[in-house]
Design a protein around this ligand. Structure first.
Ligand SMILES: Cc1cc2nc3c(=O)[nH]c(=O)nc-3n(C[C@H](O)[C@H](O)[C@H](O)COP(=O)(O)OP(=O)(O)OC[C@H]3O[C@@H](n4cnc5c(N)ncnc54)[C@H](O)[C@@H]3O)c2cc1C
Length: 289
């Protein structure tokens, strides 16, 4: 009998944990590497929405129109450090060059396929890991105070219709009947039917991690410094230790680009809402007022 293939997953956020679980289920012997307890970075403090309808990317055609207001910080949707932007001008220019109808179309279909699949996988994992009490199957109600903000949302609605994101539109009166406790200041609402949320993203990571460990998965506390290929794949840790395996998955979230550099990859990666290094970047909220 041949021994199972060994895989090292670098990074224990929700992406690394679920990747580790999937490989384990396919019969691999998996080690999950993280400098701290898995699920304690971005995957710890997010909003916990599990959506199949977050299909419109930030750099969409509407961003061009909104750009002057955003640059002048005349909206609460964007905050940024000018120095950070200047230092990364080629990246920012490239980001904005994708604000086209063609890219919106391409990316929304890709995101829709990914999210419809990922939502179903999460629901299965939530059930397998006994984390049902964290799950809230409420849908996702987006509300709009003015006709103008609702009209601006029209692009998103068109994409929903095209890609089949289940939703219902509500008038002011219908909203009042649907959510009587809501302050009656909203003129329009859109409910995304399939979206769910979890009350604690960190607890979800813990639940997934516990079934990974119960099934024999190994968690290694350590930080990858370099990934290299010799006879096998090797992950060199910052303390000098080497971990060998047949394959490596790099899932270190915003830290991945830095680690991938050593393998010759130049990944054009940036972060929305804070970043792992020292400087402040963008703080963004959705402005639907
Ligand atoms: C405010 C906010 C709200 C959000 N809300 C939602 C939401 O509602 N729904 C949604 O789907 N998404 C949401 N997101 C996005 C979501 O949180 C991220 O997409 C997701 O957590 C990314 O997971 P990850 O595993 O890629 O990264 P992370 O969770 O950041 O995991 C990366 C891991 O890599 C580890 N690591 C770092 N360096 C090394 C190294 N050298 N060696 C080994 N490991 C290393 C880190 O310790 C960390 O544990 C939100 C994000 C933010 C910031």
């Amino acid at each position: 009998m041949t021994s199972p293939q060994r895989i090292t997953v670098v990074g224990g956020g929700i992406v690394g944990i679920t990747t580790a679980l999937e490989f384990q289920r396919r019969g691999y012997q998996v080690s999950l590497l993280d400098p701290k307890q898995p699920g304690r970075e971005t995957s710890y403090g997010n909003t916990g929405v599990l959506s199949d309808g977050s299909v419109v990317i930030s750099n969409n055609p509407g961003l061009r129109k909104r750009l002057p207001k955003l640059i002048l910080k005349k909206s609460n949707a964007l905050n940024y450090s000018l120095w950070f932007v200047i230092k990364r001008l080629p990246w920012v220019t490239r980001f904005l060059s994708y604000c086209t109808d063609q890219h919106l179309d391409h990316s929304s279909w890709a995101l829709r396929a990914l999210q419809a699949h990922s939502l179903q996988l999460h629901l299965g994992l939530i059930s397998d890991s006994g984390a049902d009490s964290l799950l809230r199957k409420t849908g996702w109600l987006k509300v709009f105070r003015s006709d103008t903000s609702y009209q601006a949302y029209g692009m998103e609605l068109k994409v929903f219709e095209k890609t089949g994101v289940g939703h219902t539109k509500y008038s002011e009166e219908e909203l009042r009947q649907l959510e009587p406790a809501l302050n009656p200041i909203f003129r329009h609402g859109v409910l995304l039917h399939n979206a769910c949320s979890v009350s604690s993203p960190a607890a979800l990571c813990d639940a997934y991690l516990s079934i990974f460990i119960e099934a024999g998965g190994q968690v290694i506390l350590g930080a990858a410094k370099k990934i290299q290929k010799s006879a096998t794949w090797e992950v060199q840790l910052t303390d000098g230790e080497l971990i060998s395996s047949d394959a490596v998955v790099l899932a270190a979230g915003p830290w991945s680009a830095e680690i991938a550099k050593g393998l010759g990859y130049k990944i054009p990666m940036a972060w929305e809402r804070a970043q792992p290094c020292k400087e402040p970047f963008m703080m963004s909220t959705r402005d639907m007022s």
